[in-house]
Design a protein around this ligand. Structure first.
Ligand code: PFF
Length: 445
């Protein structure tokens, strides 16, 4: 087997991980989930979930990846726990699964860049979304998005992922920042900031049962946890920098981009009197596109917004493909590019059904979100917290000035609060899957 690749620089790793974290989850899902869950009240819980639950869990993935220097499946064997490879397998399968429909949405985004430039959806954004989100065109664009993803991963960790994310991530921040400044100039947008930034405690207390699992699920998804992506990226570190410092930078930047997306979306919607809680899966595509149609310079705005969304989606998709590719690169003698193409083709095929209708895509999403993701994070936390704790603490402290007390505090979180939070999310997620499948009636939930 040839020498395993490593990141060229520490910053390269951080930017690639931010690229993975910042995705459709931040720019598409986050503002609309905030809208659906009562605005600022959701954000309070979400921020707590990100820092109290997501951050320690991210460090848990880093610790395994950097120590094992292997893909998620082989990492457990390398650390001397072969039976736990099944946990890595769940993560790897999740990455494969999620990418299959993430790429379908990526295809819509490509369509909307063109549609914004030509004004194609300006006369009826809902009908337009219905027409392009399912069927042959959706499948073709799903193929195109997959091809772009494969194109990056085929070039490898440094020449493909590190180099491309160094361009994509700063572009996302600059363009989104520009949109936020522009949105600040809109008449009537002020109500959007109030809705977004001043939490109503009564709403929070009254809806905590639904807000909590949504916030925790969103925290994991946005931080790319549970799919082995952060584990795989950390496996290419090959040096002893501070994992907590790198992790904190990644978490803060990711949160910043999510909040920035809200500063674009809410003033726009409020300036036009559109309810931010409406829209469901198609929200960015129907509600927001509908808003662009009504605004001056709407075409330009639409193009910029959907370019941001495409860059965000692509820099996340490559981390998902990398998880699966890493497994085969570590275990076969075939070239990385051949493997990336083959896997891309297989993932494309798996995603085709979700390009046939929104209800199928919603099912794919629900299985990932409610089952695979929390299950995988939960098992990983048990491994790090209870099975491999001593080595994990040593690994966390390598390359840092982190005190023993700091590392012990982290371990305490990984053992208790974090898995508990995940377990509750998993149970509620299973319940919502059962409701979705019609196994139990909505009324008793
Ligand atoms: N974090 C990405 C987003 O917010 O869109 C999604 C994601 C990417 C999840 C990579 C998991 C992953 F491994």
């Amino acid at each position: 087997m040839s020498q395993r690749e490593t990141w060229a620089t520490r910053v390269g790793f951080i930017i690639a991980a931010v690229g993975s974290a910042v995705g459709l989850g931040n720019v598409w899902q986050f503002p609309f989930q905030t809208g659906a869950n009562g605005g600022a009240a959701f954000i309070v819980v979400y921020l707590a979930a990100v820092f109290v639950i997501g951050f320690p869990a991210m460090l848990a993935e880093f610790v395994i990846g950097r120590r094992a220097e292997r893909n998620p499946i082989d990492a457990f064997a390398r650390l001397g726990h072969r039976d736990w490879r099944v946990v890595g397998a769940i993560g790897t399968i999740s990455a494969f699964w999620i990418l299959s429909f993430y790429s379908v949405v990526g295809g819509w985004v490509i369509r909307y860049i063109v549609g914004s430039a030509t004004g194609a959806y300006f006369s009826g954004s809902e009908a337009y979304f219905g027409a392009i989100s399912a069927g042959p065109e959706a499948i073709g664009l799903h193929a195109l998005f997959m091809a772009l993803t494969v194109g990056v991963v085929a070039f490898g960790v440094t020449d493909g992922i590190e180099r491309s994310t160094k361009l994509m991530v700063p572009s996302i921040v600059v363009l989104l920042g520009g949109l936020a400044i522009w949105a600040a100039t809109l008449d009537g947008g002020g109500a959007g900031y109030a809705y977004y930034l001043s939490p109503d405690i009564d709403t929070l207390v009254a809806n905590i049962g639904s807000i909590l699992p949504a916030a925790v699920g969103q925290a994991f998804f946005t931080l790319s946890l549970g799919m082995g992506a952060m584990l795989t990226y950390a496996s290419y570190l090959g040096r002893d920098d501070s994992l907590p410092a790198d992790g904190a930078t990644i978490v803060v930047l990711n949160t910043f981009v999510g909040l920035l997306a809200g500063l674009v979306v809410f003033p726009i919607l409020f300036s036009l009197g559109i309810d931010p809680g409406s829209g469901g899966l198609g929200a960015a595509f129907i509600t927001l596109a509908g808003a662009f149609a009504q605004l001056p310079a709407g075409r330009l705005l639409g193009v910029v917004f959907f370019v941001v969304l495409l860059l965000a989606a692509l820099s996340s998709a490559i981390s998902l493909l990398e998880v699966v590719t890493a497994y085969l690169v570590d275990n076969t003698d075939r070239s990385r590019s051949t493997l990336a193409v083959g896997l891309g083709a297989a993932i494309f095929v798996l995603g085709v059904p979700s390009a046939f209708g929104l209800s199928i895509l919603a099912w794919y999403n629900a299985i990932a979100y409610n089952l695979l993701l929390p299950l995988s994070v939960f098992c990983l936390l048990i491994f790090v917290g209870w099975v491999d704790a001593a080595d994990a603490v040593t690994e966390l402290r390598r390359g840092t000035g982190l005190s023993e007390g700091g590392a012990t505090a982290w371990l305490w979180f990984v053992r208790t609060v974090v898995p508990l939070g995940v377990l509750v999310t998993l149970l509620l997620g299973l319940q919502s899957l059962a409701v979705r499948a019609g196994l139990i009636a909505e009324a008793i939930v």
